[in-house]
Design a protein. Sequence first.
Length: 117
Amino acid sequence: MKILREYLICTLALFLIISIGGFLFFTYTPTYKGVIIESGQSIWVVADAENIKYKSKQELRETYMYQGVEFTLPTYMPEKKVGQLSVGDEVIIYFSGEIRASAPGGGDAYWVSLIKK
């Protein structure tokens, strides 16, 4: 009985620590909100994009050449989730907070949350 009680207390403590860690991660990690204009293993996101669904990739590259950030997606992100991301989707990206100076800027994403398709 004593071993079971200790096991339950340890399990509950571990669950609470993981829950608090997850809450803090999604609360204090820097975010970038925008619209995807190119997707794949890395996604190119601009803050505001209009009528991008009807433009070709070449037109999008020319229009937003020096805007937005290209985020490299993490390898631990499931392929199913990466496959759901498409051009025109509004997303929130949790990232390291560092943007490399390039055109477009570059960054490493921790996680991507889809706001609306």
